[in-house]
Design a protein around this ligand. Structure first.
Ligand SMILES: Nc1ncnc2c1ncn2[C@@H]1O[C@H](COP(=O)(O)OP(=O)(O)OP(=O)(O)O)[C@@H](O)[C@H]1O
Length: 220
């Protein structure tokens, strides 16, 4: 479960261009929930997701993952938490274009504390889950957007995280690919993963269990 209590975040604090982006965000997401975060451009959705992902810090409030307070932690500790508990999928895929599909998927395994002897087998297994088993040796740069997003999802789940976070994962995809990627998220959710998706797509948000709407840094 994740729990946010009164989360505040400003960029450029104390400067003339200070921007108070999150103004007291409090919510809980239970294990196994599928939640959409929606709101206008600039509302603070990505900022909130980055805090949940332990990529960005917050100024005040409290953020817990499974009763662990994520506050004032070293970058090393945060990296470990990300690696063990969280899978992240971005709109622009964030893949290494010159690496093969298999090499991309195996990147998180290199950072994992417990090295797996069967890394390649595991990567192939995960590729199967996203219906991309025939693309293992292909360079990522040769793939379509929909295929790249499948690979990004495969990379996000290879360490078997309980929490999957996605920032506009279908933002650059056509409607057929959007549906396929969403089906993949629904199936991961049915397997028990907690999933939080930032999206502009109303139709997609309505298929989630719950919608959190952010407006001007607050949940409405
Ligand atoms: N690193 C940063 N430094 C300064 N300002 C930032 C930074 N990151 C985001 N902002 C600003 O904070 C505000 C909220 O940004 P955020 O990306 O969270 O919005 P969003 O709701 O995700 O918008 P969008 O839907 O357009 O992606 C915006 O005005 C943005 O310009």
């Amino acid at each position: 479960m994740i729990k946010l209590i009164g989360i505040e975040k400003s960029f450029n604090p104390g400067k003339s261009n200070e921007l108070h982006v999150l103004k007291g965000i409090s919510t809980e997401v239970k294990d196994g929930e599928l939640v959409a975060i929606v709101g206008k451009s600039g509302a603070g959705k990505s900022t909130l997701l980055h805090i949940i992902a332990c990529i960005d810090s917050y100024d005040s409030g409290e953020y817990y993952i499974d009763d662990l307070l994520i506050k004032n932690m070293s970058e090393k500790k945060l990296a470990n938490i990300r690696n063990e508990k969280i899978g992240i999928v971005m709109q622009d895929f964030s893949l290494v274009e010159d690496f093969t599909v298999l090499e991309n998927i195996m990147i998180p395994l290199d950072f994992a504390k417990n090295k797996r002897p069967n890394a390649k087998e595991l990567a192939k297994e995960v590729l199967k889950q996203v219906n991309m088993e025939n693309f293992a040796k292909e360079k990522v740069r040769n793939l379509s957007g929909g295929e790249k997003q499948r690979i990004a999802i495969a990379r996000a789940i290879i360490n078997n995280p309980s929490l999957i976070l996605a920032d506009e994962p279908t933002g650059s995809l056509d409607s057929a690919n959007t549906e396929a990627i969403m089906d993949l998220f629904f199936s991961l959710n049915k397997q028990g993963k907690t999933i939080i998706i930032v999206t502009h797509d109303k139709e997609l948000a309505e298929k989630c269990h719950r919608i959190i709407e952010i407006s001007d840094g607050r949940i409405i």
